[in-house]
Ligand binder design. Structure first.
Ligand SMILES: NC(=O)c1ccc[n+]([C@@H]2O[C@H](COP(=O)([O-])OP(=O)(O)OC[C@H]3O[C@@H](n4cnc5c(N)ncnc54)[C@H](O)[C@@H]3O)[C@@H](O)[C@H]2O)c1
Length: 333
C-alpha cells in the first residue's frame, strides 16, 4: 500500500483525489494547501497541512501529487524528491525550456526517484490506437498533422486565480496551460519538430499578461508539416481535434473518437475514449489510467510511465512558438 499526498487543493485536485481513492493500492495520507480555508474540504482521513515542507517531514509519504500553479512545479518536485518521495506532477512540467532542462537533469541525477508528468491524453484510447497504427508502419510515414483547440475561458477564470494570467506564475497562457496536451500529441504522433513559425496574440479584452490565441506552422524533422491552432476565445469548450495524414491513410480524432478517413469521403470509427462526466469533458479522461500506471511502475520498479524527459519537447515547442510570435521569424526547436 502506497501512502500519497496531494499538494494544491484547487480545480484539478479532485481528479487526483478520486483516482487515488478509486485505487485499492493507495492511501490518501495527507493533503496540503496554503489556503487555510481548504481545511474544511480536506478528504476524510487525510491530514491537512498548510506547509508542504512540514508535511514532507512529518508524513512517511511514498508519492506526492503536485497540483500547484506552474511556477511551483519544479521547486516543489525537487523538494519532495530530495526527501526520497516520488513525484507525480501536473502539466506543464516547467515554466520554460531552461527550467524544463534543469528538471530533466534533476531526474537523471535521481534515478531512484520516479517523477511522472501528467500529460494524460497520451493514454486516451483514441490516441493509443492511432499511435500503434502509426508505429506499425502499415500506412507509411507521417506527412501532415493538424491540431485544433477551440476553448473558452471566461474573465472569472483569470480573476479568481490571478496566477493563470501572469508570465511569472503561469509561464504563458493558452499554449502552456490549455494546449500543451495537443502540442505534446502532435509531437508524440508526428515525431520531433525541427522548426516553427507562429503568430501569438491576445484577442480577449481581459486584464492578463499572457496570450489567448496562437496559430503555428510546424516543420517536422521527418519532412511532414503541421498546423496548430489554439484559442481560449471561443464561445464554448469544444473537444480537441487532431488530424494525421500518412502516406497511405488519414486519421482524425474528433469528439473523443478516432476515425479513419476513406477516399470516398466516408469515415470508419476505430476507437472511442472513455468520457469524463460533467462540464470538464475536454480535460480528457485518462488521469486515472495514467496515475494507476505510475503506481504500478513504482510497485514493479519498471520505467513504464511518462517521465520528465518525455515532456521536454512540449515545453521546447511552446518556447519556440512564443519566440517566433515575438520575432515573426522561423525558430528552430
Ligand atoms: N491535466 C489536466 O488536464 C489539467 C487540467 C486543469 C489543471 N491542470 C493543472 O493543474 C495545476 C493546478 O491547476 P488548478 O487549475 O487546479 O489551479 P488552482 O489555482 O485552482 O489550484 C491551485 C491550488 O494550489 C494552492 N497553492 C498555491 N501555492 C501553494 C503552496 N505553496 N503550497 C500549497 N498549496 C498552494 C492554491 O491555494 C490553490 O488552492 C496546474 O498545473 C494546471 O495546469 C491540469
Amino acid at each position: 500500500m502506497k501512502r500519497a499526498a496531494v499538494i494544491g487543493l484547487g480545480d484539478i485536485s479532485g481528479t487526483h483525489i478520486s483516482a487515488i481513492r478509486n485505487n485499492p493500492n493507495i492511501t490518501l495520507a495527507a493533503v496540503c494547501d496554503t489556503d487555510e480555508a481548504k481545511r474544511a474540504e480536506a478528504p476524510e482521513g487525510a491530514a491537512f497541512y498548510t506547509d508542504y515542507g512540514e508535511m514532507l517531514e512529518r508524513e512517511r509519504l511514498d508519492v506526492v501529487h503536485i497540483c500547484l500553479p506552474h511556477y511551483l512545479h519544479v521547486p516543489v518536485s525537487e523538494a519532495a524528491a530530495e526527501k526520497g518521495v516520488h513525484v507525480f506532477c501536473e502539466k506543464p512540467m516547467a515554466l520554460n525550456s531552461r527550467e524544463a532542462e534543469q528538471f530533466a537533469a534533476f531526474e537523471e541525477a535521481h534515478p531512484d526517484i520516479h517523477m511522472g508528468i501528467c500529460l494524460q491524453n497520451r493514454y486516451n484510447n483514441s490516441v493509443e490506437v492511432l499511435k500503434s497504427l502509426i508505429d506499425s508502419g502499415k500506412y507509411g510515414r507521417v506527412t501532415g498533422t493538424r491540431g485544433l483547440v477551440a476553448w473558452c475561458r471566461p474573465r472569472e477564470y483569470y480573476e479568481k486565480k490571478p496566477w493563470r494570467g501572469r508570465w511569472a506564475t503561469a509561464g504563458g497562457g493558452c499554449l502552456i496551460n490549455q494546449a500543451v496536451h495537443t502540442l505534446d500529441l502532435l509531437y508524440f504522433l508526428g515525431g520531433p519538430v525541427a522548426s516553427v513559425k507562429a503568430s501569438v496574440s491576445r484577442m480577449l479584452d481581459y486584464d492578463i499578461e499572457v496570450e489567448d490565441t496562437v496559430t503555428a506552422r510546424l516543420d517536422y524533422a521527418g519532412g511532414a508539416c503541421g498546423l496548430f491552432m489554439a484559442t481560449n476565445a471561443n464561445y464554448r469548450n469544444e473537444s480537441v481535434q487532431i488530424r494525421v495524414q500518412l502516406e497511405k491513410g488519414e486519421f482524425i480524432i474528433m469528439d473523443n473518437t478516432l476515425f479513419q478517413l476513406k477516399e470516398d469521403g466516408s469515415r470508419e470509427k476505430l476507437a472511442e475514449d472513455k468520457r469524463l462526466p460533467g462540464a470538464k469533458f475536454y480535460y480528457g479522461s485518462s488521469h486515472e489510467k495514467l496515475i494507476a500506471g505510475f503506481y504500478e511502475a513504482l510497485e514493479t520498479g519498471s520505467s513504464d510511465y511518462l517521465h520528465v524527459r518525455d515532456a521536454l519537447m512540449s515545453i521546447r515547442l511552446i518556447d519556440a512558438i512564443q519566440e517566433s510570435g515575438r520575432s515573426g521569424k522561423t525558430v528552430r526547436v
